[in-house]
Design a protein around this ligand. Structure first.
Ligand code: NIG
Ligand code: FE
Length: 403
């Protein structure tokens, strides 16, 4: 049995229903066998923990370790040249339609070896870890053949073994149509996306299923076929929806009880009640909003009014969001989307856990949850969204039960 008491710290529990970050100014956390056994004001610590070993944290702030619930961080190369083209006036869609965009990363990723993909992806993962991240979602989507998609997920699973993080994998073969299937999107879904998903499930490589529902991606009808396949394998779904236009992908996601719908700039206000009723998390991606100089905002007030849980993620990818700092994503979400620093933190803890189907296990400091904690050199949790590009992490406390 391993047992530790963390004391002399402030704790933002981020527990559901608690106001003001669930902040406890002079707190104690008791961890036992990798799980939280007790958390509360130090003065209330039950006597049964009296003789347990103690670690004093010198007044620092403790939060749940952070979660990045939407990344494409396994890829090869970069698209800095496209960034230059966009700055000269080309749009993301124009570049995609002329064979650049996702396709150019597909070419680079297919030709990289397994080892090379690991080597190129690790620095991005390490950057997230330096920001206090313990759980990272990683999507496929730059292979677009069954073998290349499976290989991306194998790289993601391998990253999980190299670092003290939990990697959650997502099948995103319905990301972009490869040139050999030009004008045959339905055949691509039938011949690659669905059979590849079955293989990924058989090999235990996949935790959830995603798609890019957009005019430059796949139609709602095509995505629905992928969702049906996911359902038959008992895998949860999520969707890139309403990023560039309103195809009602978020409502499709809601009908399939999706874990999350992501981006959502073009989500119509009148669709929010139906979306909210499904309990699907709205994942906002401020890096993509920023890099694509988007001006259309998601319907923030409607999302709040209807009690939709809002998560924030980096969307780390070489095209629309070459961002590997979750803290920067939090800062951006406050400025771009008007989130409060408290919403930004719940967006990378409790709500991000929900977006990955990990509610109650990660993202909250509550009895029974995994004792995955981040200790910060800050006085107040608002500072986590405030220091632009700062490195306020003092230490990640991983107590052994991460995976
Ligand atoms: O989430 N929207 C589609 N997928 C990514 C972009 C991928 C890329 O441009 O390489 C996104 O923004
Ligand atoms: Fe994405």
């Amino acid at each position: 049995m391993t047992q530790t008491i963390y004391t002399n710290c402030a704790v933002a529990t981020m527990q559901h229903g608690e106001a003001n970050y669930g902040l406890i100014p002079d707190a104690t956390i008791v961890a036992k066998d990798g799980r939280i056994d007790w958390v509360g004001a130090s003065a209330d610590r039950p006597p049964e923990y009296k003789d347990w070993p103690e670690e004093r944290l010198d007044g620092r702030l403790v939060t749940p370790a952070l979660i990045d619930c939407h990344t494409h961080l396994v890829f090869s190369g970069n698209r800095a040249r496209e960034f230059e083209q966009r700055l000269k006036g080309a749009s993301y869609e124009e570049i995609a339609r002329s064979g650049g965009g996702i396709s150019s990363t597909v070419t680079a990723t297919r030709s990289a070896s397994f080892e090379q993909l690991v080597e190129e992806s690790l620095p991005r993962l390490d950057a997230l870890i330096r920001d206090g991240v313990a759980v990272v979602e990683i999507k496929s989507g730059y292979g677009l053949t069954i073998e290349d998609e499976l290989r991306m997920l194998r790289v993601a699973r391998h990253l999980d073994t190299l670092r003290p993080v939990k990697v959650v994998t997502t099948w995103l073969a319905a990301h972009s149509l490869p040139p050999d299937f030009a004008d045959r999107a339905d055949a691509y879904i039938d011949e690659i996306v669905i059979p590849g998903l079955s293989r990924a499930a058989e090999e235990g490589l996949v935790d959830a299923v995603d798609g890019f529902c957009e005019s430059i991606g796949f139609s709602p009808a095509q995505i629905e076929r992928v969702f049906k396949a996911a359902q038959s394998l008992s895998l949860p779904v999520k969707l890139h929806a309403e990023q560039l236009s309103d195809l009602k992908g978020s409502l499709l996601a809601a009908r399939y009880s999706a874990l999350s719908a992501d981006h959502l700039e073009f989500l119509a206000e009148e669709d929010v009640p139906e979306f909210a009723a499904a309990g699907t998390v709205a994942v906002l991606l401020p890096g993509a909003f920023y890099m694509l100089k988007e001006t259309k905002l998601p319907p923030m007030e409607a999302l709040r009014q209807h009690g939709v849980d809002i998560a924030i993620a980096t969307d780390c990818n070489p095209g629309s969001s070459p961002l590997s700092s979750i803290l920067t994503a939090m800062t951006m979400s406050c400025i771009e989307f008007g989130l409060t620093p408290e919403e930004a933190l719940s967006g990378t803890t409790r709500c991000a856990a929900k977006a990955l189907g990990l509610s109650g296990q990660y993202g909250e400091i509550v009895a029974g949850a995994r004792a995955e904690l981040a200790v910060w050199d800050v006085g107040h949790p608002a500072e986590l969204s405030y220091w632009m590009g700062g490195t306020p992490l003092y230490q990640r406390l991983a107590t052994g039960a991460l995976k």
